[in-house]
Design a protein around this ligand. Structure first.
Ligand SMILES: *[C@@H]1O[C@H](CO)[C@@H](O)[C@H](O)[C@H]1NC(C)=O
Ligand SMILES: *[C@@H]1O[C@H](CO)[C@@H](O)[C@H](O)[C@H]1NC(C)=O
Ligand SMILES: [Zn+2]
Length: 237
């Protein structure tokens, strides 16, 4: 009897600590709809699912980025962020903007006028994966190319399969740091050469940036990698 109870207790403690480790995303997500009467703010509540949906989504995205995208298994590997704030707000000129290290503003105008082809809920979800990647990624203290920063953010939406049909096809693009979907496809190619390449590159970019990171990881300079990537797909545009 006693050994049996003991093993149940042990099991309970073990599963508790394992699941605790598993759910330890950032401590807090603050979601504010600052445009509740705006067409986009109304769609945020009625079509997307509003604050409750977004809060849950942010936790899912957070864990996906740490575990699947960046392979950061310990707190020491991760960017120390304890709160992420999201504002739905009436502003023009961008779909969304990530600012101040842990804050994301989403344009109510964009939500109101988004024409498809994704459903609005999927488009919003995709946008949040992209912007939240900016919150958690390393950028060599801002020294790495902007095209690479945007490429890593689009790499996340590519990996999670939430991107529009016009997303770049493998092999397309003019240079490795063109940005967004073009750079995402190139990173995908590099993953094929070196397992977890993108996660490893992100890790190297914690404190600084150097173009030689590509050579360090693959044995080849980035220009050569790009040439071989283009050649693999017949040098398509
Ligand atoms: C984002 O929205 C917040 C809340 O309204 C505002 O204080 C902040 O200035 C905005 N940031 C940018 C970069 O527009
Ligand atoms: C590349 O790898 C070498 C050998 O491991 C190391 O000495 C060097 O510091 C690395 N360079 C960069 C830029 O990380
Ligand atoms: Zn971006």
């Amino acid at each position: 009897m006693a050994p049996h109870s003991y093993s149940i207790l042990l099991y309970t403690l073990l599963t508790f600590s394992l699941s605790f480790h598993g759910i330890s995303a950032v401590q807090k997500y603050v979601i504010v709809n600052e445009a509740p009467k705006h067409g986009g703010g109304i769609k945020f509540e009625k079509v997307i699912g509003g604050v409750p949906f977004t809060k849950k989504l942010m936790g899912t995205i957070n864990m996906y980025i740490w575990n699947t995208i960046f392979k950061q298994t310990t707190a020491a590997d991760r960017k120390p962020v304890d709160t992420v704030e999201v504002f739905i707000k009436d502003f023009d000129g961008a779909e969304a903007i990530t600012w101040g290290n842990n804050k994301i503003n989403v344009s109510a105008i964009y939500l109101r006028d988004y024409p498809g082809p994704l459903t609005l809920k999927n488009e919003f979800t995709s946008l949040m994966y992209h912007e939240t990647t900016h919150v958690f990624q390393w950028t060599g203290e801002g020294k790495c190319p902007v095209g690479l920063i945007e490429g890593v953010a689009d790499y996340t939406i590519m990996r999670v399969n939430l991107y529009p049909p016009l997303f770049a096809k493998p092999g397309t693009g003019k240079k490795w740091d063109q940005g967004y979907d073009f750079t995402a496809r190139f990173l995908e190619y590099c993953d094929g050469l070196v397992p977890d390449f993108t996660a490893k590159l992100n890790k190297m970019m914690r404190f600084t940036w150097d173009i030689s990171f590509f050579k360090n990881l693959t044995g080849k300079p980035v220009e050569q990698l790009w040439k071989e990537y283009k050649a693999k797909y017949g040098n398509i545009e």
